[in-house]
Write a protein that binds this ligand. Structure first.
Ligand SMILES: *Cc1c(COP(=O)(O)O)cnc(C)c1O
Length: 381
């Protein structure tokens, strides 16, 4: 544990593994798990998450890009990697070098992959993404027909999986749209099967689906946010609890800390920070933290959020700067230079979570976590 000089992130190994354990139990024995580690492992650190997840028995990690896949391999992951982001022609080399299973989202790249396999006398495993109503990456029935033709031409291409992704499962307690998508998915899988394409793994479930609907489990689930200990949304949590789900199956794994690098007292009627947006009304003691919006402390929390020092709330005063933030410690006793400030985490009886930040910023916990800078050092605890 070195380098805890300014800002740092701690990731709890036991929290991640117990979340994963609880989710695996929900999934049951027939449904395997692929953990989504895109966006630097949802801000937890891709290297650190790979190390922690290597201690589980999950068969897959899901990444967005070949760059992420490269880091996952460098971190020693020797199991399967699914790539959920787009495949560019320039990626084809890396797909073989890194032994990736790309999710195919349009037919022309599949033909290029087939050609490459033929030329190099190699085989590859791929997944097909079906369009069921999200209208993002999936392939329509017409596109899947083209895919079927390409697959017939290139037996080098093994269809390992077929997938879809839900559009409206987190944001509502009315899950009729998800159910329509599920129905469409089954139809499209049927069409593939009829044409002789028999994927080994059908996978549709993100965290919300895994937490709420057994019908979405199939052979593999792809949770992300829940593995890190967060609910995809309040609606998901409410639906889960109303459905009789037991409490506290998820524990947030990440804490973000900074340190007080300066303390000063400002007289009444003085301004703090850029734009003079805060004016003191009385003698005010402020602490300066070397953390700012470039680290992932959202600038929208200027004059709005607070951090925790000695178990007490220290409100953010003035604008959050690129690497610095001023907080009010007037009413917090015994604050010393170099004391720890909790930006996300628990301090005494107080907790600030990514959900707290999300509600302050009118965003979602995913956005807060994914916004944490990869430059902040990560430590597994
Ligand atoms: C990110 C991602 C997931 C994980 O979603 P969560 O809501 O974080 O569980 C699942 N599937 C795909 C295709 C994804 O891109």
């Amino acid at each position: 544990m070195n380098n805890k000089t300014t800002n740092w992130i701690e990731v709890s190994r036991s929290a991640v593994l117990s979340n994963l354990d609880n989710l695996s139990q929900l999934a049951g024995r027939k449904t395997k798990i692929a953990v989504a580690v895109k966006a630097d492992g949802y801000g937890h650190g891709l290297r650190e998450m790979t190390a922690i997840l290597s201690d589980s028995d999950i068969p897959y990690l899901a990444v967005h890009s070949t760059i992420e896949a490269e880091m996952v391999r460098m971190s020693g992951w020797d199991r399967k990697i699914m790539m959920v982001g787009p495949v560019l022609p320039e990626d084809i080399d890396s797909i073989f070098r890194l032994d990736l299973e790309p999710i195919i989202t349009e037919p022309s790249i599949l033909a290029q992959l087939g050609k490459f396999c033929r030329k190099s006398s190699i085989n590859t495993r791929i997944h097909l993404k079906t369009e069921t109503g999200t209208n993002r990456q999936g392939m329509t029935e017409a596109e899947l027909k083209k895919v079927i033709t390409i697959l017939k031409k290139y037996p080098e291409l093994t269809v390992q999986g077929v997938s879809t992704h839900f559009a409206n499962i987190e944001d509502t307690t009315d899950h009729s749209y998800a159910k329509t998508q599920l129905k469409r998915f089954k139809q499209l899988v049927g069409i593939l099967k009829k044409a002789g394409v028999k994927p080994r793994l059908r996978h549709t479930a993100c965290s919300a689906a895994l937490l709420l609907f057994k019908e979405t489990y199939f052979d593999l689930a792809r949770p992300g946010i829940s593995v890190y200990g967060y609910w995809p949304s309040t609606e998901t949590y409410v639906s889960y609890r109303l459905g009789g789900g037991k409490n506290s199956i998820l524990t947030p794994a990440l804490s973000l800390y900074s340190r007080i690098t300066q303390i000063k007292t400002i007289e009444a009627d003085n301004f703090i920070g850029y734009g003079c947006t805060y004016r003191t009304t009385s003698r005010t003691k402020i602490a300066i933290l070397p953390i700012g919006y470039s680290d992932g402390l959202d600038r929208r929390l200027s004059n709005l959020g607070y951090v925790l020092i000695n178990g007490r709330r220290a409100p953010i005063r003035g604008r959050i700067c690129m690497n610095l933030t001023m907080v009010d410690i007037t009413d917090i006793p015994r604050v010393k230079l170099y004391d720890k400030a909790t930006i996300i985490g628990i301090d005494g009886k107080e907790t600030i979570s990514a959900d707290t930040h999300a509600s302050w910023c009118q965003s979602i916990n995913y956005d807060i976590l994914a916004g944490l800078s990869p430059l902040v050092p990560r430590f597994i605890v």
